[in-house]
Design a protein around this ligand. Structure first.
Ligand SMILES: Nc1ncnc2c1ncn2[C@@H]1O[C@H](COP(=O)(O)OP(=O)(O)O)[C@@H](O)[C@H]1O
Ligand SMILES: [Mg+2]
Length: 261
């Protein structure tokens, strides 16, 4: 049974993605991507829809196998079942992936119950602690359909916290939220790093999130890693595609859906 501590089990030496390529039915969706994420870092992968962000995250979570290249954690290949079983990694899905027929409490308790990880009292404490961390203790008995979009995202993050992960992977944590809710989730991601030292790999097209809380930002476009740098340097990028992505100029005389370039 894992020790009862709020501190993450810090054993990681980081994540290394090496020459990663992924094809589905001979269509390459990610090409030769290499990057590393340091323990304790908030690393944001930005890119437009369809650029391959979720595909990359699924591979980091070990849910799929690369076509070429490899993903290493602690110097071990993440595709190996033994490596995955030792990982303290949680994935927060874009849509939350909550069970609507279950209360918030039961959504958080489901995985540890199914795997018989804790006795009832310890599980209760862990679930309530995770809810309190996200100021959700009053929502324990509610059902997902009774919550706002922002609260559902917070529940999805709280569910990840129950397992006291060392790594949290977030897929579009602020999508479909209004700007204030988006800012709240952004603050939560930063706070979880401050409080628990969680290493955070975030994929998002949210410019505010990336440029305020990231230690480093990678820009992915159409399957290629275009740039990898600090937010300060990314903001100053001279790459026209990066500039257009971060600060799109609306030009009604020459609209981009009619442009040939
Ligand atoms: N299981 C799959 N089979 C075939 N194509 C896929 C699969 N998953 C994703 N793709 C394709 O890979 C590309 C990148 O998708 P995705 O990673 O979901 O983009 P996003 O950056 O919006 O998260 C898209 O063109 C998508 O259609
Ligand atoms: Mg996606």
């Amino acid at each position: 049974m894992p020790p009862e501590t709020k501190e993450p089990k810090r054993t990681s030496i980081g994540l290394k993605i090496e020459n990663f390529t992924k094809s589905y039915d001979s269509v390459e969706v990610l090409r030769n991507v290499s990057l590393d994420v340091q323990p304790g870092e908030i690393f944001v992968i930005m890119g437009p829809s369809g650029s391959g962000k979720s595909v990359l995250l699924k591979h980091v979570a070990g849910l799929e196998i690369p076509t070429n290249g490899r993903i290493m954690i602690d110097g071990k290949d993440i595709a190996h079942p033994k490596t995955r079983s030792q990982l303290h990694m949680a994935l927060v899905f874009q849509a939350g992936a909550l069970f609507n027929s279950m209360s918030v409490f039961d959504n958080l308790a489901l995985f540890p119950r199914e795997h018989r990880l804790y006795d009832k009292k310890v599980l209760n404490e862990k679930v309530m602690t995770a809810l309190q961390t996200l100021s959700l203790e009053d929502a324990a008995g509610k059902f997902p359909s009774q919550l706002s979009g922002g609260m559902r995202k917070r529940v999805a993050i709280a569910r990840a916290l129950v397992m006291e992960p060392e790594w949290i992977l977030y897929d579009e944590p602020t999508s479909e939220l209004d700007p204030t809710m988006g800012a709240t989730i952004t603050e939560i991601i930063a706070d979880l790093r401050e409080e628990f030292g969680v290493t955070s790999l975030v994929v998002s097209h949210d410019r505010d999130l990336a440029l305020t809380i990231a230690d480093r930002v990678a820009i992915l476009m159409h399957g290629d890693l275009l740039e990898l740098d600090t937010p300060e340097n990314i903001k100053k990028s001279e790459n026209p595609k990066v500039k257009d992505f971060l600060n799109p100029v609306i030009d009604i005389k020459n609209p981009r859906f009619k442009r040939k370039d």
